[in-house]
Ligand binder design. Structure first.
Ligand code: SF4
Ligand code: SF4
Length: 396
């Protein structure tokens, strides 16, 4: 990564202000400095030497969720995400910004997947036994010891699918804590006649480093280029939009990553049948890194139809939920305020049961926290859309 942010990137900004209306921190505060345009101005003034580095620039940089909604809204195609990522990394390296200790420890651990998996073994056991009550730990029963790679190999030899071949990014936190979603993904892909390969030498996608400004995403990217580029597959797929976005940047040029739901949408997935009179209502929220990062139209309607449930998009589904990767840990008050506005509809939403479905585990954690912290006062389930396609999913 170029250590210096070129001023030409900043000068692309025409100051039109189209990005202000979509920016969660601007909507929260009404403060121009807390908007994409304001942050770009602060950074460009500092880069040009007209503004000394000061604590306010550091503050407003840390306030950014990194949702990338401003990139989608920008008519001048300012590469805000790339600039922000570079600035955040510079601030951490120069000690202008210091991520919380828990995040620094986690950043070191995810660089060694086997260590990270071991460190989160107690968390898997707690979730498996239903004894985890942390606000971010949504219910689920992850296999404790069997890895996704071992499960995929087992199921492949039993079912012997003959269709397209995919290499599956299992992810760090997904594999270490939310493995049941990886297992569901493998089942659904194989049920749809997809051959699933899991490169054993894959590593962290780099999203965690991007979100915190810590570590060296380039080194992680080189490892994944070796792991994924050597395989003869039709697609590399991910079931986490943030991880897929980060890995996609590492594999380019020459490679790309498909969101697994988009990939299934092209195939036309097997449809699940539900009992007559099933009153489940599914509200679908679209992760920022799916629509603004990967720049996809969202989750294909044919995939959502194939769940067999009555579904609709959640209100403001393309807006940020406040998760921002680790923003809800770094800036919990802002994250909660953003989530409060977004999740209020669940209190009155029709359906019994009500399911909030999305396609990024960190968004699922954030949505679960809305109930756990009292923002949403009625019962609801949080699920990954892939789990709604899995024969094991049942809410009735
Ligand atoms: S990334 Fe999101 S929070 Fe940050 S400036 Fe852009 S719209 Fe605002
Ligand atoms: S929309 Fe783009 S060009 Fe307009 S103010 Fe925002 S960043 Fe600048």
């Amino acid at each position: 990564m170029d250590p210096e942010a070129p001023s030409s990137h900043f000068s692309n900004c025409t100051h039109c202000g189209f990005c202000l209306a979509v920016c969660p921190t601007y909507k929260l505060t009404g403060d121009e400095n807390n908007s994409p345009r304001g942050r770009l101005r602060l950074w460009s003034e500092e880069a040009a030497g007209r503004l000394p580095p000061d604590k306010w620039t550091d503050f407003y940089t840390e306030e950014c969720v990194g949702c990338l909604a401003c990139e989608t809204a920008c008519p001048a195609t300012v590469p805000y995400g790339e600039i922000f990522e570079r600035i955040r990394h510079q601030h951490v390296v120069s000690h202008r910004s210091q991520p919380k200790m828990a995040l620094r420890l986690a950043a070191a651990a995810v660089a060694i997947p086997s260590l990270f998996n071991l460190a989160l073994l107690p968390g898997r056991i707690l979730r498996q036994t239903g004894l985890s009550f942390h606000r971010f730990l949504f219910p689920g029963r992850p296999p404790v010891l069997k890895s996704s790679a071992a499960y995929a190999a087992e199921l492949m030899s039993q079912r012997r699918p003959t269709g397209p071949r995919v290499a599956f990014l299992t992810g760090c936190l997904m594999e270490a804590m939310f493995r049941e979603i990886n297992f569901a993904t493998i089942r659904v892909l194989i049920e749809n006649n997809v051959q699933v390969l899991i490169p054993l030498d894959q590593g962290c996608c780099g999203a965690f480093q991007e979100h915190t400004g810590l570590g060296d995403p380039e080194a992680l990217g080189a490892r994944n280029r070796r792991a994924f580029s050597s395989l003869d597959v039709d697609a590399v797929v991910s079931n986490s939009s943030g991880c897929g976005y980060a890995l996609g940047k590492s594999l380019k040029p020459g490679g790309s990553v498909r969101d697994v739901l988009g990939f299934l949408g092209d195939l036309g997935p097997v449809r699940r049948e539900r009992a007559p009179g099933d009153a489940t209502r599914v509200y679908v929220d679209l992760p920022c890194h799916l629509v603004h990062g990967q720049k996809t139209p969202g989750i294909p309607a044919q995939v959502l139809d194939a769940t067999g449930y009555r579904w609709e998009l959640a209100p403001n589904s393309r807006d940020c939920c406040g998760s921002g990767g680790v923003y809800n840990i770094q800036k919990p008050e802002n994250a909660r305020a953003i989530l409060a506005a977004k999740s209020a509809f669940l209190n009155e939403a029709e359906g019994q049961p009500v399911v909030l479905a999305t396609s990024n585990h960190v968004c699922m954690m954030q949505w679960h926290s809305a109930g756990a912290t009292g923002l949403v006062k009625r019962a609801y389930e949080v699920r990954h859309v892939i789990q709604l396609l899995d024969p094991g999913a049942d809410f009735s």
